[in-house]
Design a protein around this ligand. Structure first.
Ligand code: RB5
Length: 141
């Protein structure tokens, strides 16, 4: 299960990401928001981050205007490693090296075509399981 959330700034892109991932066969749980009406990104960032931390979702995706507020929020939740990505290399590397479990994106900083490629790199790349990366991640905790 992939949990997804957004604020008003990320709503339109979230719909595209959900459609794309469903077409690829992923199970998605949408934690809101549900329109482009102004709302508070920490509400939705926290909901998705807690779903990942509890194991309800294996991965999370959070979208706001910049992705910054969402990443700040998600990284406050213990066990969450949220990565703000605006390129495919980072999306792949953060899974391989950081075992990131939440992807954050900014709908006002990247276009939908790139966003879907970032999503694919994130969900398709496994953690390397290299000892040095396991050690470094445990040092974050
Ligand atoms: C909302 O205007 C905007 O502040 C929000 O989407 C996000 O960019 C915050 O980090």
């Amino acid at each position: 299960m992939i949990g997804i959330g957004c604020d008003h700034g990320g709503y339109e892109l979230k719909l595209e990401v959900i459609k794309h991932l469903k077409e690829r066969g992923f199970e998605i749980k949408d934690y809101g928001c549900d329109s482009t009406a102004s709302c508070d990104y920490p509400v939705y960032g926290k909901a998705v981050a807690e779903a990942v931390a509890s194991g309800e979702c294996e991965l999370g995706i959070l979208i706001c205007g910049t992705g910054i507020g969402m990443s700040m929020t998600a990284n406050k939740v213990k066990g969450v490693r949220a990565a703000l990505c605006s390129d495919c290399f980072s999306a792949k590397a953060t899974k391989e090296h950081n075992n990131a479990n939440v992807l954050c994106m900014g709908a006002r900083t990247i276009g939908p075509g790139l966003a879907l490629m970032i999503v694919d790199n994130f969900v398709d790349t496994p953690f390397s399981n290299d000892e040095r990366h396991i050690r470094r991640i445990s040092m974050i905790e």
